[in-house]
Design a protein around this ligand. Structure first.
Ligand SMILES: [Zn+2]
Length: 466
């Protein structure tokens, strides 16, 4: 009898070992545009500013992955988002489907089919490329309205983002789709207060910014009443745990504006966005501390943005030189306009000295941060092209998400260079990105080499129906 019990125990033990970790709760963070240098650059910035290192750089598994799409060595967010969500490579600008129109099943679909709760959250539009890659299927990522309808009609339990993005010319706004969501029985919570008080019994939940905005403000510009990514993450965790605590859930969270700051070549703003996503990672880590054997946290990026280099041609860096910047390049453009193009007074050409004083005040350039002769000449050249005889007072620089005074954009890039951060361009690069994993099954990610390998591995570890 004793011997039988022993054998039974032994076989149970062995069965337990061979089945591997039992992952019930999956957190999948995607830093849009968050290359390796954006993360290490943030650590240098934090160290110089008395802040802690980025939490996920301390994870037990730190690896890197390639990001190529089906038709390009340099991916966009929808092709990379689809690879991360489905394990299938597709062409740039498509979303959740192959060129012949075949939908590629994704993690929320697999998790839902197996009875798990599902959620997606982002700091940009709720139907922007990355969250949409986890829910919808469309020939183009720009089919915002079709994607919005698919998300509303999907079984995803929790969704969060700034607002619904709409297409030009349709006459629709976010409210149009919020009304559709409401009619579909989705409870809507807008702004930090309402999101904090989310109804945990609602059959489905949608959290949005209270202001109708395409993305929530950058962390560097944040005001008291602004919605934060961490508000979405906190509500999502509480909601999913209360409804699916027994069975488990899959939750994707995107730091969507790291990419925007990369397109705008704005290092301090970019680093504060990385820190902002890390704040949401902290919430996942608190959850992991409660369920250490059943929680998996995977953090990666869809691609790198801006070709950010650490170093700008000298054997030195000075990340402390970014410490005076407290507004993003777009906000600096607004401040520049308010100062030099006052609407209530007739326009008066500002002197070069007045322009330098403005940037000293805002960024410390020409103050604590010295400007070398070459940079001074370059910037003075842009000043002349803007305010000189026959100049274009509206000399602007377009990036993917905003339009700024050329002189403001160039001054911010000059500050970054003085701090040792050099941007290469305003678009995506093909550089590999980091993969940071902790929790149950983390060691399995040591062998992952490409973005298409992650989704199938998560599905395997969590036992999703594929
Ligand atoms: Zn981008």
């Amino acid at each position: 009898m004793k011997r039988i019990t022993y054998l039974l125990l032994l076989s149970l033990l062995l069965a337990g070992c061979s089945s591997g970790p039992k992952v019930k709760y999956v957190f999948y963070f995607i830093g849009d545009g968050m290359g390796v240098n954006e993360v290490i650059g943030t650590n240098l910035y934090n160290e110089a500013n008395g802040r802690e290192v980025v939490n996920f750089t301390q994870f037990p598994v730190v690896n890197f992955i390639t990001t190529v799409s089906a038709n390009s060595l340099v991916t966009d967010s929808s092709a990379a988002g689809t690879a991360l969500a489905t394990g299938t490579k597709i062409n740039n600008s498509a979303l959740g489907q192959t060129p012949d129109g075949t939908p590629t099943p994704n993690l929320t679909e697999w998790a839902h089919a197996a009875g798990f709760g599902t959620g997606v959250a982002t700091s940009v539009g709720v139907n922007h490329a990355t969250p949409a890659s986890f829910v919808a299927h469309a020939p183009s990522r720009s089919d915002y309205e079709d994607i919005a309808v698919q998300m509303i009609d999907s079984p995803v339990d929790f969704m969060a983002g700034a607002a619904f993005l709409v297409q030009r010319g349709t006459g629709h706004d976010s409210a149009f789709f919020e009304h559709k969501a409401d009619s579909a029985g989705i409870a809507i919570f807008k702004g930090p207060g309402a999101i904090k008080d989310i109804d945990l019994t609602a059959p489905r939940a949608l959290c949005l910014s209270a202001k109708e905005e395409e993305s929530i403000p950058y962390a560097i510009d944040r005001k008291e009443d602004d919605t934060r990514l961490a508000d979405f993450t906190d509500a999502g965790i509480r909601y999913l745990e209360s409804r699916y605590g027994k069975k488990g859930f899959f939750f994707m969270i995107e730091g969507g504006k790291i990419d925007y700051a990369g397109h705008g070549n704005d290092a301090a703003t970019c680093f504060q966005e990385v820190n902002d996503m890390a704040e949401s990672v902290d919430l996942a880590l608190a959850f992991l501390a409660r369920y250490p054997k059943e929680t998996l946290i995977v953090i990666t990026a869809d691609h790198e943005t801006g070709g950010l280099m650490l170093g700008s041609g000298r054997y030195e860096m000075h990340p402390d030189r970014l410490s005076k910047q407290h507004a993003c390049v777009d906000e600096l453009t607004n401040l520049f306009r308010a100062q030099f193009f006052p609407t209530e007074k007739p326009f008066k050409t500002p002197t070069w000295e007045a322009v330098k004083d403005f940037f000293n005040e805002q960024l410390g350039l020409w103050g604590e941060v010295e400007v070398n002769e070459r940079t001074e000449n370059e910037l003075k050249g842009i000043y002349d092209r803007t305010f000189g005889k026959g100049g274009d007072r509206n000399l602007t620089e377009e990036n993917l998400y905003s339009s700024n005074f050329r002189i403001v954009a160039d001054v911010v890039r000059s500050l970054d260079r003085a701090a040792g951060y050099q941007w290469s361009f305003g678009s995506h690069s093909g550089s590999p990105v980091g993969l940071y994993v902790t929790g149950a099954g983390a060691e399995e990610f040591n062998t992952v080499k490409d973005n298409a390998e992650i989704a199938p591995l998560i599905a395997k570890l969590a036992g999703y129906a594929r």
